[in-house]
Design a protein around this ligand. Structure first.
Ligand SMILES: CC(C)(COP(=O)(O)OP(=O)(O)OC[C@H]1O[C@@H](n2cnc3c(N)ncnc32)[C@H](O)[C@@H]1OP(=O)(O)O)[C@@H](O)C(=O)NCCC(=O)NCCS
Length: 163
């Protein structure tokens, strides 16, 4: 069974210890500790950020985080979604020793179900960036209804899904 658990003083060490493979570090712009620190800063600045530990059969196997924000980056100005609210997936990872077993997809789907309840406020979209060379992530996101926007920043594609 896959669960998304709040990160607390009891499990933060387990979640921080999780790692992607050495050859995957370039695919993610962050790590779990940094993301957790970002969540704290964003929440302090009034941007709701939700980090979760991903658990399989009670064992910490991954991390994910989304934020609730406005799509107001200047490079989106001519897009239909400019200025609209979105849940933005900040980070998702499954520890290298637990990848390829279906856990990432189950956790991602669970997160989308959580976002469907609009926990931080109404939004029209879910958005994320993935490295254009990250075929596994691209396939996963496409299978969950994300569509490439064609907007590429720092070798990463912005993909979007209607809520
Ligand atoms: C991407 C990641 C979260 C996926 O988690 P996972 O547990 O390894 O993936 P799953 O076993 O659940 O597979 C999920 C989907 O990925 C895709 N996938 C998996 N392996 C793949 C491969 N070798 N090639 C292409 N697609 C693949 C498939 O769509 C698969 O779904 P399906 O089995 O229904 O077809 C995980 O591999 C990871 O942490 N990678 C490193 C960090 C990273 O890239 N994070 C995303 C940044 S945008």
């Amino acid at each position: 069974m896959i669960e998304l658990r709040k990160i607390t003083g009891d499990n933060i060490d387990d979640v921080i210890a999780l790692e992607v493979g050495e050859d995957q570090k370039d695919l993610i712009a962050t790590n779990n500790l940094r993301s957790f620190a970002d969540a704290h800063m964003l929440n302090t600045d009034g941007i709701p950020a939700t980090p979760f530990g991903i658990y399989a059969e009670g064992v910490a196997i991954g991390f994910l985080m989304y934020i609730y924000d406005t799509l107001d980056h200047e490079s989106f100005e001519s897009e239909v979604f400019y200025g609209k609210k979105s849940y933005f997936i900040w980070h998702i990872m499954i520890d290298k020793s637990y990848q390829g077993k279906g856990y990432g997809k189950l956790a991602f789907e669970k997160m989308l179900m959580n976002i469907d309840t609009m926990p931080d406020g109404e939004a029209e979209y879910v958005t994320l960036f993935y490295r254009t060379g990250n075929i596994k992530a691209k396939t996963l996101y496409a299978s969950c209804g994300f569509v490439d926007t064609g907007i590429i920043q720092d070798h990463s594609m912005l993909a979007i899904k209607d809520l």
